[in-house]
Design a protein around this ligand. Structure first.
Ligand code: ZN
Length: 324
């Protein structure tokens, strides 16, 4: 959607669902993804291709991808950790692959038992596979723990910039920065995105920011201010944060959409229709906590979207089902 000011990339069906112990039934995933698409989201990370014994929540990836491919105008994205996952995702027909690469040396070893250099080699193999089998598919590397790591603490900015250069040299189309552990602050976000952009230019990808300490929106705004235009977010902040019970993990899509639209920056997302998606999410995972201030408070009196549309009612949660 070139008319949009920013692209909100919804990661709930992957990032959210894989951090919930229960598995959402496949039919419920399909209904939720359809509702997210109906609300105007045009990029959705619908699953990950990892061994089912490790993440049974994601075992139906190919089936979910097949459904999402039927939704017009949607970029269907999947996370893959390695070449085997990439093969399965490409066979399923995804439009875009995202591969997490830890900026923290300690996190990389703990998480995937590979050094960062070995992960860059893995990326090179995935790029070769893509070039051979599906050259139209885009590849994004998500530099996780870019703003700090719960194992080693600080992650040197020089190393993040170095890694961004390495993954671009390996052939990825874009490199985004992820605040996997919720440690980022706005000054750091501004500085690091600027440094990465100076190094890799328009291959700078999405901001994946968390709300663990309540700084999610402030960090998104800081990234916007230095030119980032794609933002990962999760409906209802789904998944929570394993390190801080009661605090949401991913930035809440509804709150992020409200912030941008209120500022006059178009997202293409309709917040009343997002309430229908929220109901679909809750129907698929009854009792799972969901977060978000805007759904609770509703829209501001006289609210208008960036494109001038005015909703019929300012209430959200109460009015969700009724508002067309
Ligand atoms: Zn996340």
């Amino acid at each position: 959607m070139t008319s949009c000011g920013v692209l909100i990339s919804e990661v709930g069906p992957r990032d959210g669902l894989q951090s919930v112990a229960r598995t959402m039934p496949t039919a419920a995933k399909r209904a939720w993804i359809s509702a997210l698409h109906a609300a105007g989201l045009r990029e959705i990370e619908v699953g990950s291709f990892v061994p089912a014994r490790l993440l049974p929540q994601m075992a139906d990836g190919a089936e979910v991808v097949r459904h999402a491919l039927g939704l017009p105008g949607l970029t269907v994205m999947a996370l893959v950790p390695n070449q085997r996952g990439a093969e399965a995702a490409l066979a399923a027909g995804v439009h875009k692959l995202t591969i997490p690469v830890s900026a923290s040396a300690a996190h990389s070893l703990a998480n995937v038992r590979k050094t960062r250099e070995q992960m860059v080699d893995e990326l090179r193999g995935i790029v070769a596979l893509r070039n051979e089998r599906a050259p139209q598919v885009r590849i994004e590397a998500g530099l996780s723990t870019a703003f700090g790591c719960t194992i080693q603490g600080a992650v040197a900015e020089d190393e993040v910039v170095w890694l961004a250069e390495q993954v671009v040299a390996a052939g990825v189309d874009e490199a985004g920065l992820s605040d996997t552990t919720g440690m980022a602050n706005p000054a750091q976000v501004r500085r690091l995105f600027q440094r990465v952009r100076a190094a890799i230019g328009d291959k700078t990808g999405a901001a994946h920011l968390h709300n663990t300490r309540g700084l999610g929106l402030a960090n998104c705004l800081a990234a916007y201010d230095v030119g980032v235009r794609t933002f990962d977010a999760s409906q209802g902040g789904l998944g929570g944060c394993p390190y801080a019970p009661g605090a949401s993990g991913n930035v809440v899509t509804e709150d992020l959409v409200f912030m941008f639209e209120a500022m006059g920056i178009a997202t293409g997302v309709d917040l009343h229709k997002m309430m229908l998606a929220r109901q679909a999410l809750q129907a698929g995972l009854p009792g799972e906590p969901v977060y978000g201030m805007t759904p609770q408070a509703g829209l501001t009196r006289g609210f208008a979207y960036a494109d001038g549309r005015r909703p019929a009612t300012e209430a959200l949660l109460d009015a969700g089902a009724g508002a067309a």
